[in-house]
Write a new protein. Structure first.
Length: 267
C-alpha cells in the first residue's frame, strides 16, 4: 500500500495529511512502504534498537504524517487493560528535524488518543492512563516540571497510588520489562541501550535533583539504556472531555466528521 493510502487517512492540517493504522487488523506485508518510510524517519532521529519492521510488530497502532507523499513523522503506540484501567503507551514518536515547528508530534498523539476513545469499547473501564517512557533527561525533566498540577489533581508517576503501580507491574510482565530496582517502580531497565548519543556531561542533559530522588543510584540511561515511565491516570469521563478539547485545539471543528476520530467511529 502507498503511504498516502486513503483507507488510513484521517485528517489534514496545514497541508500535512495524517494517517492511522490499526496494526492488530492490518497485514504487515501490505504495509511495506509505510514501514520503510517510518524507518527512514527513525534512523534520522536516533540510533534505533532494532529493525523497525520487527519493532512495529510489537505495537498496536501507528499514526504517521505525510507531506508530498513522504512520511515526515510517526507515532507508534501499544494498548493494555488492567483492573478497569486502560493504558495507552506512547511507545515512539518521531518527527524529522526540519518539521519540528509544525506541531506534528502533538497532532499525532492527539489523533491516537481520540481514535482509542472512539474505536475501543472495553467494558468496565473507569480510568485511562497515558504513558510515555524515556531515558532522555530533558524529556523526563519535562515530565516533572509539567506534573505540578497533575500531582494535585490526578494519579501520576511522581505521586503514584498502589493501583497505578500495580497496573504498570502488569504491563511490565506482559511485555517482559524489568525494573532497575524494586523500590523504584517507574524506573525501567535496559529499554534503550546505547540510543542516547548526547554528551552525558552536557549541562542541558542532566536530571533535576528532584527527579533523581525518584531514581535508584545505579540508574544508567546512557550505556544500559534505563528509562523512566511517566504515567498519568485520569477518570474516563474527564479523559473524553479533555481529549475532545485537545482535538478542537489542534484541528478545529473539521475533525467532527472525520472517519475514526469524529463523532461516529465508522464515519
Amino acid at each position: 500500500m502507498p503511504v498516502d493510502h486513503q483507507d488510513f487517512r484521517i485528517i489534514e492540517r496545514e497541508g500535512i495529511n495524517y494517517y492511522l493504522v490499526d496494526l492488530r487488523k492490518a497485514a504487515m506485508n501490505a504495509l511495506r512502504d509505510i514501514i520503510e518510510g517510518c524507518a527512514i524517519v527513525e534512523q534520522e532521529c536516533w540510533k534505533p534498537q532494532e529493525d523497525f519492521s520487527h519493532y512495529i510488530q510489537k505495537c498496536d497502532m501507528l499514526s504517521y504524517a505525510v507531506l508530498a507523499r513522504r512520511i515526515i513523522g510517526f507515532c507508534a503506540g501499544s494498548l493494555f487493560v488492567h483492573d478497569a484501567i486502560f493504558i495507552y503507551s506512547n511507545d515512539e514518536t518521531m518527527v524529522l528535524r526540519e518539521f519540528h515547528h509544525r506541531n506534528i508530534a502533538r497532532n499525532m498523539v492527539f489523533c491516537n488518543m481520540r481514535w482509542i476513545l472512539q474505536s475501543r469499547h472495553d467494558e468496565g473501564i473507569k480510568h485511562y492512563a497515558f504513558m510515555s517512557i524515556s531515558g532522555n533527561p530533558r524529556i523526563v525533566n519535562g515530565y516533572y516540571n509539567h506534573s505540578f498540577l497533575i500531582k494535585i489533581l490526578f494519579d501520576c508517576s511522581f505521586k503514584a497510588s498502589d493501583k497505578l503501580i500495580r497496573a504498570l507491574d502488569a504491563y511490565r510482565h506482559q511485555y517482559k520489562i524489568s525494573l532497575v530496582h524494586e523500590d523504584y517502580p517507574f524506573c525501567l531497565k535496559n529499554m534503550f541501550p546505547g540510543s542516547n548519543t548526547f554528551n552525558p556531561s552536557d549541562q542541558r542533559f542532566q536530571f533535576l535533583k528532584r527527579v533523581k530522588r525518584n531514581m535508584p543510584a545505579d540508574f544508567d540511561h546512557m550505556e544500559r539504556g534505563d528509562a523512566f515511565a511517566f504515567l498519568v491516570k485520569l477518570p474516563a469521563w474527564f479523559t473524553r472531555t479533555f481529549v475532545f478539547g485537545l482535538m478542537v485545539l489542534a484541528f478545529g471543528r473539521r475533525f467532527f466528521s472525520r472517519r475514526g476520530i469524529g463523532f461516529f467511529a465508522g464515519n
